[in-house]
Design a binder for this molecule. Structure first.
Ligand code: SAM
Length: 267
């Protein structure tokens, strides 16, 4: 069965999503029904004349807070009570989104061969986008099942964070990328930063593409790419080695780097 993912997104600004979801890989994934995004406009679940979704915070202070009633009504109206799938609140207070979290949410195994053996149906996830000072705390306490932050900074609303999460999850679903090896080699996929890429021309302004990439020797190219990924990670993100999957050969290469602090990338 083709793996697919369905997102129910609860937002006060559904129009933010349209352009991105109608572009490139997201658009293709939707057309092929690998990705379904249902946008739910929270304001439609208000019951008052003015369709109010926010109010002043108890205790005073600046800013407004998203009222609990329309959020509960929207989520329970769409997903039932309790919600039929995980409901993720996008918030700077949540666990930090990483490639490992994207993989967890996609339900995709690290190796595509393992994944092919899984016959699970579509994965369904719901996302709740905050605005203003955020949602009333009772939404967090009694409705959401997970909280995710896309990084240690504060955005105006959860919509961009939801798009980041959707994009990172969807490109892991087999069949979304034209070349599935792309998702395997990507930075962070195996815990390393990816090797450098070059395309035509072979010489640009006197700068050459490394000879090995023109050699046609795929074993050598694979080895060079792996070493470049190790080198880049060593130089830029050594913290990633704490969790990266490394072979004996990788470890030997890393050991050979010790004492070569001056080594440049692409050498
Ligand atoms: N007062 C909140 C706080 O300090 O935690 C921040 C509210 S922020 C201005 C408005 C909304 O943007 C949040 O409710 C959340 O949905 C979203 N948001 C902001 N930064 C985010 C981040 N780093 N990751 C995920 N969502 C974020």
């Amino acid at each position: 069965m083709q793996k697919a993912v369905i997102f129910d997104v609860f937002t006060l600004f559904p129009e933010v999503f349209e352009p991105y979801l109608h572009t490139s890989i997201m658009q293709r994934a939707r057309q092929r029904e690998i990705l379904t995004v249902r946008l739910h406009y929270i304001r439609q679940w208000t019951t008052d004349r003015h369709h109010v979704t926010d109010d002043e915070p108890y205790g005073g202070g600046g800013g407004m807070v998203m009222k609990p009633e329309p959020v509960f009504a929207a989520v329970e109206g769409v997903l039932g009570s309790p919600p039929a799938c995980p409901l993720i609140l996008l918030t700077p207070q949540g666990r930090v989104f990483t490639q490992a979290v994207a993989r967890e949410l996609a339900g995709v195994a690290l190796r595509l061969e393992d994944d092919a053996q899984s016959d699970e149906g579509p994965r369904r996830l719901a996302l709740l986008c905050g605005r203003y000072e955020g949602v009333d705390e009772r939404v967090r306490q009694h409705l959401v099942s997970d909280e995710i932050s896309i990084g240690d900074y504060v955005l105006t609303g959860g919509e961009l964070a939801a798009l980041v999460l959707i994009d990172a999850v969807v490109r892991l679903i087999p069949g979304v990328l034209g070349d599935p090896s792309g998702a395997i080699d990507d930075s962070h996929a195996s815990g390393l930063i990816e090797y450098p890429h070059f395309t035509r021309p072979a010489v640009f302004r006197g700068w050459n593409v490394p000879d090995v990439l023109l050699s046609g020797d795929h074993a050598r190219i694979d080895r060079w790419r792996r070493e470049q990924a190790l080198l880049r990670t060593w130089q830029r993100r050594p913290d990633l080695f704490e969790t990266a999957l490394l072979s004996e050969e990788d470890r030997e290469f890393l050991a050979s780097l010790q004492g070569n602090e001056g080594l440049r990338l692409e050498d």
